[in-house]
Write a protein of this length. Structure first.
Length: 134
């Protein structure tokens, strides 16, 4: 799995590419989410447009990561949940539990609409340490 990180104002956008599956994919997601929450990001947008498949380990880590972020005061939204990934999340009845958006602008607006977060959704910039490979 490959991960690119960029931000738009106070929202960090994580572009995931590759399978969110047992082994590398689920571990990479856990590491990235732990690091972002530790850095103090309050708005995390996971872009799944480059994720062609997900398995039970990936589903488990996705749910665990979202719950962990919420518990520690961050909010996580998903972007471009498409194809087989959407089908698997629907069949597993996880999709309705997640905050999913079809466009980046829509997702950023949803962050801006949450006054508890106090998030600015300014212009997009690449974050330091912008890419990881696994």
């Amino acid at each position: 799995m490959k991960v690119d990180v960029r931000h738009s104002g106070d929202v960090i956008i994580v572009d995931l590419r590759g399978g969110l599956v047992a082994g590398v994919g689920d571990e990479m997601l856990r590491e990235v989410m732990n690091a972002l929450v530790a850095e103090g990001w309050k708005g995390i947008l996971l872009n799944l447009s480059g994720v062609p498949r997900i398995d039970s380990a990936g589903i488990g880590e996705l749910v665990a990561s979202v719950r962990m972020a919420n518990r520690l005061g961050s909010r996580t939204k998903l972007l471009h949940v498409i194809g087989r990934v959407r089908d698997v999340l629907e069949l597993s009845q996880v999709l309705p539990l997640l905050d999913v958006h079809d466009s980046e602008q829509e997702a950023l607006a949803a962050f801006a609409g949450d006054p508890a977060l106090g998030i600015d959704v300014g212009t997009e910039e690449a974050a330091d340490g912008a890419a990881s490979d696994a």
